[in-house]
Design a protein around this ligand. Structure first.
Ligand SMILES: [Zn+2]
Length: 288
């Protein structure tokens, strides 16, 4: 290369550095020639960043490109959730066991991909949980909890879908309890107020469809509450911005339910029903 060639190369490099700096600072008040140049650089600057490590996506090879289902193991870390009637287990451990087993079942069946809001014992805010679904543009969000009641005879699973009006006083109380963490993140306004727009209406109706499928697939396989599909204004479901349900796998305050929920064989019946309902819902939406 000649000396002139080297000088020309240096000039081009200098121009590149300037254009890069200009487009980075956003002060690209340059002439027409360098505007085109700047654009070429813009495209290389808008490369998507890899998602945070928490957004790990699980899936079989044949599930590549398939919809993503976010599984949310309720509670975690310094928030143990409800304590079992025996005092030997807490809700956060059983929700995590169910979430792991549901993830593995869905991955094994290969029809969807899966992400988890947590896959270990850690504390997350409701916003942290919902944000995973939004970041991944998830097809649905399934939050797993275990119920607890003062009445030691209350037992069976139930499914809650998002609504601006609670189906009964108990559903309203549960939503108020689960929304309790909101005080610590300083969110103003009620969930009801945020549920007014049209997008939310369609999210609510899709969530109700998903909840019905969960109930239908569960019926006859394990104990359900007498009216298993309930509605309430759950902040975490609303914020997921995708069809979202909260599944209560049983009552940790009931001796029989505690024993069943601690039994991997019983949990696998629950997990299979959940997996089949999730897949049926994804398939139904794919046809539209
Ligand atoms: Zn819970």
């Amino acid at each position: 290369m000649t000396l002139a060639g080297v000088a020309a190369t240096l000039l081009v490099v200098a121009a590149l550095v300037i254009a890069f700096g200009a487009s980075r600072s956003g002060a690209a008040a340059a002439g027409e020639g360098s505007a085109v140049f700047g654009e070429a650089h813009q495209s290389s600057l808008t490369v998507a960043l890899p998602p945070p490590s928490t957004d790990k996506i699980y899936g079989a090879l044949q599930a590549r490109g398939r919809p993503i289902v976010v599984i949310d193991a309720g509670h975690g870390g310094r928030d143990p959730g409800a304590r079992s009637v025996s005092g030997e287990v807490v809700e956060k451990d059983l929700t995590l066991a169910l979430a792991h087993e549901l993830r593995d079942k869905l991955v094994e069946r290969g029809r969807v991909r899966v992400a988890m809001t947590r896959d270990d014992d850690r504390y997350l805010t409701l916003d942290d949980r919902a944000a995973v679904a939004r970041r991944l543009d998830a097809a649905m969000f399934v939050s797993i909890h275990i119920d607890s009641a003062v009445n030691p005879l209350a037992r069976g699973a139930s499914v809650y879908s998002l609504s601006d009006v609670a189906s009964d006083a108990e559903a309203a109380q549960l939503a108020a309890r689960e929304n309790g963490a909101l005080a610590s993140i300083g969110t103003g306004g009620s969930v009801q107020a945020m549920l007014s727009d049209l997008a939310m209406r369609s999210q609510m109706s899709a969530s109700a469809d998903l909840a019905s499928r969960l109930v239908n697939k569960s019926a006859g396989r394990f104990e359900l509450r007498p009216q298993p599909h309930k509605f309430a204004a759950f902040y975490v479901l609303k914020s997921a911005q995708t069809p979202a349900v909260l599944f209560e796998a049983g009552y940790i305050s009931n001796v029989d339910d505690e024993q069943l929920l601690r039994d991997p064989a019983h949990r696998s019946a629950i997990v299979l029903a959940l997996a089949q309902a999730i897949e049926a819902d994804v398939a139904a939406h794919a046809r539209h």
